[in-house]
Design a protein around this ligand. Structure first.
Ligand SMILES: [Zn+2]
Length: 195
C-alpha cells in the first residue's frame, strides 16, 4: 500500500518536473484529496474517536438510539408463530425479543416450568440497565465535549458553573462511577450477594 503511494507520488513528481512545475508540491495535493473523505446520507464512520453519521443532510454523532430506531420497524408477522402482529404490546415485545407478545408469554411460561425464569429475568433487567448506562455515558461525554459550562445533574436539572466545570475532574469521577454501576449490574446479573 505504502509502496504504491510512493510510486504514484514519484511518478507525479517526475511529470511535474518534466512539465517544469517543480515548485508545485504534488504531495500536498495527494494529502488533501485523501483526508477529504466524502460521506453521504446514512454513512457511519469514525472520526476523532466518535462514530458519525449523516442524517437529513446534517452531520451528527451516531448513537445507539439510531440502532433502536432501525429495530423499531415491525414486520407484519411474528417470525416465531407467523401470526399477524397488531397489538401495541407486539411492537414492544418484538423490539426486545423479536417475537410477538403471545410468543413471549409462552416462552416465559416455559422458562418458569423449567426453573430458568429468574436467570432470564436477571439477564433482561441487566441488559436494560446496561444499555441505559451506555446511552447515559455517551450523552454525558457528548455534553461535556460540546460545552463545559453546563451539564445535566442526576435530578435532570441543568447545572451551570461560572467559568465552566473542571471537565477532566468530572470525567475521572464519571468513569469511576460508571465502573461501579457496571459492577453492580454484573453482580445482580450473576446473583452475587454482597458479603
Ligand atoms: Zn408469535
Amino acid at each position: 500500500m505504502l509502496n504504491k503511494e510512493f510510486k504514484r507520488k514519484d511518478v507525479e513528481r517526475m511529470r511535474n518536473l518534466i512539465k517544469g512545475k517543480s515548485g508545485e508540491s504534488s504531495e500536498l495535493q495527494v494529502g488533501y484529496t485523501k483526508s477529504q473523505q466524502q460521506h453521504k446520507e446514512g454513512d457511519i464512520w469514525e472520526e476523532r474517536g466518535k462514530k458519525w453519521t449523516i442524517k437529513d443532510g446534517i452531520k451528527q454523532t451516531y448513537t445507539k438510539l439510531d440502532e433502536v430506531k432501525k429495530e423499531a420497524i415491525l414486520p407484519l408477522f411474528c417470525p416465531c408463530c407467523s401470526n399477524l402482529m397488531k397489538k401495541r404490546n407486539d411492537v414492544k415485545m418484538y423490539n426486545i425479543h423479536k417475537m410477538c407478545f403471545d410468543c413471549v408469554i409462552d416462552m416465559e411460561h416455559k422458562l418458569r416450568v423449567e426453573g430458568k425464569y429468574e436467570e432470564y429475568e436477571r439477564a433482561m433487567v441487566s441488559s436494560n440497565a446496561e444499555s441505559y448506562l451506555d446511552d447515559l455515558e455517551q450523552y454525558l461525554l457528548e455534553a461535556i465535549n460540546e460545552s463545559n459550562t453546563q451539564f445535566v445533574s442526576e435530578r435532570g436539572e441543568i447545572e451551570r458553573w461560572k467559568g465552566g466545570i473542571d471537565s477532566k475532574k468530572f470525567l475521572e469521577e464519571m468513569r469511576s462511577n460508571f465502573i461501579e454501576y457496571r459492577k453492580q449490574i454484573n453482580k445482580y446479573k450473576n446473583n452475587i450477594k454482597d458479603d
